[in-house]
Design a protein around this ligand. Structure first.
Ligand SMILES: O=C(O)CCC(=O)C(=O)O
Length: 295
């Protein structure tokens, strides 16, 4: 269990009401300059590291035309597992505090990523909903994004469709039966893209979106990369459902509870199950070991 983060006055009652009703928050310039520069330095370390890499690996997803002279990174996987600064920010710092504030209590960290969306054509993220990628026992999961550089409309900012978090949950498989990870074109045609809100802002601006929100972003045709650091949390009494989507492969620190304790309790078919502790990291004891009286 992580220490209880405190962040007085991080959000107003209006912010909380906005999140409930519209499914997102847009908090411009929220990250202080020292923290921001620490996160920027950490991100830059991975850009330098990428120069020695010829292709994508477990850590970095690189564009096909990446070179050591002109790095083009799509994504850093699991920054929380791979750099102390990202870890502190997500598990104790502002992102953790914000997650506890929005979800009004302890939270469970799920995963993180840093989408660089490089300059001059950094790829789009098609319209999608997140919850199908990693279903949970409720719809509390949310993702907190932090722009590590100034982002304007030409840079492929994230777009969210306000209110869509209470609407239909779409089938994100292709007609072929393969996982597509995006709404299909017929469903997109029924969405009013004019209602999309584009979340731009100076470096250090923060976005929060609910797991059922329709969101995505267009290519970055500007001359600057658009690094967006993302970290996902659920309420501590929400649990990722195993063997569906990315659950179980979301990083070593996935499952860390922040700001309180996990009740290890879930309601299934209307019956409350008080479950055993989380043994996913350390391994499960046998029933024989568990049943011995402590000496
Ligand atoms: O990078 C973006 O613009 C959106 C990211 C996103 O939605 C995702 O990676 O699931």
């Amino acid at each position: 269990m992580k220490k209880i983060p405190t962040a007085p006055n991080l959000l107003t009652p209006d912010d909380l009401e906005h999140y409930e009703r519209r499914g997102y928050l847009h908090l411009e310039g929220l990250v202080d300059l020292i923290t921001l520069s620490e996160l920027q330095e950490a991100a830059q370390e991975f850009v330098e590291l990428s120069r020695g890499m010829e292709g994508s690996g477990k850590l970095l997803d690189l564009e096909p035309d990446h070179t050591s002279d002109e790095p083009r990174i799509r994504r850093l996987n699991s920054p929380v597992d791979n750099h102390e600064r990202f870890r502190n920010f997500a598990l104790e710092g502002l992102a953790a505090q914000l997650a506890c504030a929005v979800l009004k209590g302890p939270v469970r960290y799920h995963h993180s990523k840093l989408n660089f969306k490089w300059s001059d054509g950094g790829e789009e993220v098609k319209w999608h909903q997140d919850i199908q990628f990693w279903p949970h026992t409720d719809f509390s999961p949310l993702t907190i994004g932090v722009y590590l550089e100034d982002v304007d409309e030409s840079m492929g900012p994230m777009g969210v469709l306000p209110g869509s978090h209470t609407g239909p949950l779409y089938d994100q498989y292709l007609d072929s039966g393969e996982w597509g990870g995006a709404l299909n074109s017929a469903d997109v045609a029924n969405i009013d893209l004019d209602d999309m809100v584009w979340l731009t802002g100076p470096a250090g601006s923060v976005t929060v979106h609910n797991c059922c929100m329709i969101h995505g972003s267009v290519p970055n045709d500007s001359s600057k990369p658009r690094p967006l650091l993302l970290q996902t949390y659920s309420r501590a009494d929400s649990y990722p459902i195993a063997h569906i989507g990315a659950n179980g492969v979301t990083g070593q620190l996935s499952g860390a509870v922040i700001g309180g304790k996990s009740a290890q309790c879930v309601v299934v078919e209307g019956r409350e199950v008080i479950g055993a502790p989380d043994w996913s990291q350390g391994g499960a004891p046998t029933i024989f070991g568990s049943q011995q009286e402590p000496v």
